[in-house]
Ligand binder design. Structure first.
Ligand SMILES: C[C@H](O)[C@H](O)[C@H]1CNC2=NC(N)=NC(=O)C2=N1
Length: 113
């Protein structure tokens, strides 16, 4: 899947370990999302976004929150002055699913010019 395809895709309800992506697919998708890294022994992806102040970080977190509700797929967020730390994993599969990469691409698209 290309970055553009990920950005346009919708999350699907996924439950069960059979939906967990194998390492080769994870690595192939990560290549499409520069800035995102593998965390937690490959069970999570994350990216730290930088902003000029607090309001930028807060606005980004709010926009991402709206997307998360639409997609029913939710990030772990940590924010403060100048940064928003985003983490995705799929609790319902016990690791990474396609949904994490779709939402990561949508998060990036919020800031793309
Ligand atoms: C019941 C509800 O649909 C599920 O728990 C959804 C909600 N949002 C979710 N978000 C994330 N990141 N992983 C999930 O497994 C997940 N599951």
């Amino acid at each position: 899947m290309s970055t553009e395809e990920l950005r346009k895709a919708s999350c699907q309800p996924l439950k069960g370990a059979e939906h967990r992506l194998p390492a080769d697919q994870v690595n192939a998708l990560l290549v499409k999302l520069p800035g995102w890294t593998l965390l937690d022994d490959g069970r999570m992806i994350g990216r730290d976004y930088r902003f000029d102040g607090f309001l930028g970080a807060l606005s980004f977190a709010n926009a991402l929150g709206w997307i998360a509700e639409q997609e029913n797929h939710h990030p772990d967020l940590e924010l403060g002055w100048g940064y928003c730390r985003v983490r995705f994993s799929t609790h319902d599969v016990g690791g990474l699913s396609r949904n994490d990469f779709i939402c990561a691409a949508k998060a990036d698209a919020l800031l793309a010019s």
